[in-house]
Design a protein around this ligand. Structure first.
Ligand SMILES: NC(=O)c1ccc[n+]([C@@H]2O[C@H](COP(=O)([O-])OP(=O)(O)OC[C@H]3O[C@@H](n4cnc5c(N)ncnc54)[C@H](O)[C@@H]3O)[C@@H](O)[C@H]2O)c1
Length: 296
């Protein structure tokens, strides 16, 4: 018996990379899986590929159950059809893993509006879209597991990713809100910042062989656990993977305070900031991310 026996899951963007491994892992743990993937290029342009069907064939060959879906998460009505595929095929929806993603990296001064909108539409709006359709069904059933794929680029900042960083930080914010709103109905919402050698990160290696600990399959066991009944006590958390380690991120919270009765003038802030809050300034960026160390 697997930890997801007879559960029904949707994994978006599950035709390639990290999502593919999540779908394979959930299926191997007994879940019936809707393998959603619209089959686009890394930047979100259409291709003739059908990776969703390929992953379903792999799951079937391993003795599991899966059905493909080719709708785009970025379209609200289409996202309803993704969840509808789970209900129509398997009768219910227990688990949603919001993994679909694209990137259009450019520095802020070179990023045009279309690059910004396209990335926000898939990651941020796409995550809202699927959950907006699934949550009422989960609420009715009194059970649900939502796992949102975020990124250190959003949690900590990353060069050239205004669009992606904004979307991934928004996903963290929605995860907190949903944990509060849906927790009382037996529905958990957590976020995971994964890592792995996929087409999204291959440029970081400049053609070098990726180390074994960058296998994208290493993310899936944590997501399978979060998607299981046993993780009922884990809600509103942001987790991550680095190498062979799973990590728990600290929720942003106040770490220092400067106070003056009645409030401050700008001159008073200028005079005292450095000796109070200035002592606690925090670094930004993901400089110690293992992938970045491999560049060049
Ligand atoms: N690879 C990493 O190291 C890394 C690090 C942090 C976060 N992530 C996140 O993990 C997730 C998976 O990334 P990956 O590296 O496997 O990328 P990938 O490009 O290999 O896979 C993403 C899949 O999403 C699909 N997709 C894109 N737009 C879609 C849409 N509108 N509807 C349905 N499917 C769509 C693509 O066709 C593709 O198959 C993404 O959310 C990404 O931001 C990846």
């Amino acid at each position: 018996m697997g930890i997801l026996e007879d559960r029904v899951a949707v994994v978006t963007g599950a035709g390639r990379g990290i999502g593919r491994d999540i779908a394979l892992c959930l299926a191997s743990e007994g879940a019936k899986v809707v393998v959603n993937d619209v089959g686009v290029s890394l930047g979100g342009e259409g291709t003739a590929e059908d990776p969703a069907a390929q992953v379903c064939a792999e799951i079937a060959a391993a003795g599991g159950q899966a059905v493909p879906n080719h709708d785009s998460v970025s379209d609200f009505e289409a996202a309803g059809r993704i969840i509808g595929t789970a209900v129509d095929t398997y009768g219910r929806i227990d688990i949603v893993v919001n993994n679909a993603g694209i990137v259009r990296d450019r520095t802020l001064v070179k990023m045009d509006e279309a690059d910004y909108d396209a990335v926000i539409a898939v990651h941020q709006k796409g995550t809202f879209n699927t959950v907006r359709h699934a949550a009422p069904l989960m609420k009715e059933a009194g059970y649900g597991r939502i796992v949102n794929i975020t990124s250190s680029a959003g949690l900590r900042g990353n060069f050239g990713q205004s669009n992606y960083g904004a979307a991934k930080a928004a996903i963290m914010g929605m995860t907190f809100v949903w944990a509060l709103e849906l927790g009382k109905y037996g529905i958990t919402s957590n976020a995971v910042a994964p890592a792995g050698f996929t087409r999204m990160t291959e440029g970081l290696y400049a053609g070098a062989e990726p180390p074994a600990d960058q296998d994208p399959a290493l993310n899936a066991p944590l997501i399978a656990f979060l998607a299981s009944e046993g993780a009922s006590y884990v809600n509103g958390q942001v987790l991550g993977r680095t190498g062979y380690a799973y990590t728990l991120f600290q929720t942003p919270r106040p770490i220092a305070t400067m106070y003056k009765d009645g409030g401050w003038t700008p001159e008073e802030v200028s005079e005292h900031f450095h000796e109070v809050l200035g002592l606690h300034l925090q670094p930004v960026g993901m400089g110690d991310h293992p992938l970045l160390g491999k560049k060049g």
